[in-house]
Design a protein around this ligand. Structure first.
Ligand code: NAD
Length: 336
């Protein structure tokens, strides 16, 4: 049974999804929350005074023990993470996130933690099943035979299995969701780690503000993806954490769009039309990918359902404000 007073630990609490999860937990009335991130506090997207905030490197086992001590449940969201440009050029760093997951699982067992959530990714899916632009819907079973995204995806697949074996061998209640492209306010929108929705919004805003009405698009623009709004992600995490779903499950929208359609939307919000320059040598990832949602529907009678237009417009407006604040030299980013 859920312990509404128990200490909740969120790793990656200074990041996009971790910070948003802390905000959501507070909004749900949870009083005892510990947020941990490698980044110094001034770089956290969201930071709250009524939360125990720790700036620690969770690659280190002793820090994971500090993080897990006294926890009732752990949401392990810390990882080396970014869009295609980042993960294609930082494969070793992405694989090193295995240290975080290994040490957090060990610390969770040691401290008798009740439940452990692990954020996996659609990057675990077999590359052969994502060669067409027609956005194949990936079922959970399509992760095997394994041919994950090099680096980042293999680490996720390995850590998923570690969660399974910690559950089977040590009785830790692990829950695993495979996120498909999460976007929304309070996420990375510049600096090289941003993902496609934020990058495209920023580029369109740059074009609008500068008056240079051009945009560089990575790849042919025909790649298809689905994008999940942050509120849906948080709802899904809560439902999955408190369910008896033992195997990794897709948590993603099934509204597939091309990158060109994503640009169409951002242009519409900005009220401009841009000349599109396609950079065919830039990192672009697999050709097509969508979330197959039969399993989540079966278990939870729900699936992420915020229309892309609706979520992207909120994200565009948030990035626009951040962009202008940054131009003025205001910090603008941290919510306290
Ligand atoms: P993010 O980069 O905003 O957050 C991750 C946080 O982990 C960062 O703040 C980072 O500083 C922190 N971190 C990294 N190494 C650390 C360490 N050694 N010790 C402590 N903290 C460390 O990314 P996000 O989008 O919020 O992603 C959260 C989780 O969801 C990650 O596990 C990511 O792989 C997964 N995921 C995200 C998406 C997405 O579209 N955003 C998709 C699939 C999976």
């Amino acid at each position: 049974m859920e312990n509404s007073q128990g200490l909740i630990v969120v790793t990656g609490g200074g990041g996009f999804i971790g910070g948003s999860l802390v905000a959501a937990l507070r909004a749900r009335g949870r009083k005892s929350i510990r947020a941990i991130d490698l980044k110094p506090f001034e770089s956290w997207y969201q930071k709250f005074d009524d939360v125990e905030n720790l700036s620690l490197d969770l690659n280190r086992k002793e820090n994971c023990e500090t993080a897990a001590k006294g926890a009732y449940e752990i949401y392990n969201l810390a990882a080396n993470m970014g869009g295609m440009g980042f993960i294609e050029h930082n494969k070793a760093l992405c694989m090193l996130s295995v240290l975080i997951n290994t040490h957090m699982l060990q610390a969770a067992v040691k401290h008798g933690v009740e439940r452990f959530f692990y954020s996996s990714s659609a990057c675990v899916y077999n590359a052969d099943k994502q060669r067409t632009f027609e956005a194949p819907s990936l079922k959970e079973e399509d992760a095997y035979p394994a041919m994950a995204e090099d680096g980042y995806g293999w680490e996720k697949l390995f850590s998923e299995r570690m969660c399974r074996h910690f559950r089977e061998d040590y009785g830790l209640r692990t829950r695993v969701a495979r996120f498909h492209n999460v976007y929304g306010p309070w996420g990375t929108w510049y600096g090289g780690r941003e993902k496609a929705p934020a990058a495209i919004c920023r580029k369109v805003i740059e074009a609008k503000v500068s008056g240079k009405h051009e945009i560089e698009i990575w790849g042919s623009g025909l790649q298809t993806r689905s994008f999940m709004y942050i509120d849906d992600c948080l709802k899904g995490v809560d439902l999955i954490m408190n369910s008896e779903i033992l195997e990794p499950i897709n948590l993603g929208s099934n509204e597939a769009v091309t990158i060109n359609q994503l640009v169409d939307l951002a242009e519409e919000f900005a009220g401009i039309k841009l000349k599109r320059n396609y950079n065919l040598t830039a990192p672009k990832g697999v050709n097509g990918r969508n979330s197959h949602n039969a399993l989540i529907q079966k278990y939870l009678h729900w699936e992420p359902n915020t229309p892309l237009r609706c979520g992207l417009e909120k994200t565009y407006r948030w990035i626009y404000d951040q962009y202008l604040a940054r131009e003025r030299g205001d910090a603008g980013v941290v919510r306290e």
